[in-house]
Design a protein. Structure first.
Length: 207
């Protein structure tokens, strides 16, 4: 990823994939990997999937993850989380309450949530409205899944700067996702924000 971004800087922006730590030693190692990705390789942020490789009592707001979040914030990185009903030991792992607490603890940390907590769509929109550093990326859950039009309604009203397009490739084909999002009933001017302007703002690529 770092090599690809270095070779084609006008085309790709990369994130460092960080394994979810199981203890303090692994958390310290994760912080070092984060620093290598952001400082040495100039990546834009990190990705974590809190529902995997953790004990049943853990989630995105596990205190063991906070040193990672803190260092990401300090280095100006973006935190990309992947959270939906498919991860974790039960449905509570997809509840947006945990990220609400993280966003409150780190108000200067930009948090992008892939899969956008589906099926907790209304609650996800509520967290994003409450925490302006939270951005929702519904990807394929934004097309045809129960409640998907609530994300469109949110973008058309309260969250036009906080809904972000993503394909979830290779789980879905990029072109079909683009075509699908173009058919959604976004009001004029909102679609281009969702498709690229909001992401450009998050990544610091405006202008």
């Amino acid at each position: 990823m770092a090599e690809l971004c270095a070779r084609y800087p006008d085309t790709f922006s990369g994130f460092a994939g960080i394994a979810v730590p199981r203890d303090a030693e692994e958390a310290a190692s994760a912080v070092r990997e984060l620093e290598r990705g952001l400082l040495e390789y100039k990546l834009k942020g990190i990705t974590l999937e809190p529902g995997f490789a953790m004990t049943p009592t853990d989630g995105a707001d596990d205190p063991g993850l906070y040193p990672i979040y803190e260092r990401c914030r300090d280095l100006g990185g973006v935190l990309a989380l992947t959270i939906s009903v498919r991860a974790g030991t039960d449905i509570r792992f997809s509840n947006p309450e945990a990220v609400d607490r993280v966003a409150a603890a780190f108000p200067k940390l930009k948090i992008v949530v892939g899969h956008s907590f589906w099926p907790w769509v209304a609650q996800a929109c509520g967290v994003a409205y409450r925490r302006r550093n939270v951005f929702l990326l519904p990807d394929f859950y934004g097309l045809g899944c129960p409640g998907h039009l609530q994300w469109v309604e949110a973008a058309n009203t309260l969250l036009e700067d906080q809904i972000v397009f993503g394909s979830a490739y290779p789980l879905a084909a990029v072109q079909s996702m683009v075509e699908g999002y173009r058919r959604l009933p976004f009001r004029p001017g909102v679609l281009e924000k969702v498709m690229w302007k909001n992401a450009a703002g998050i990544l610091g690529l405006e202008g």
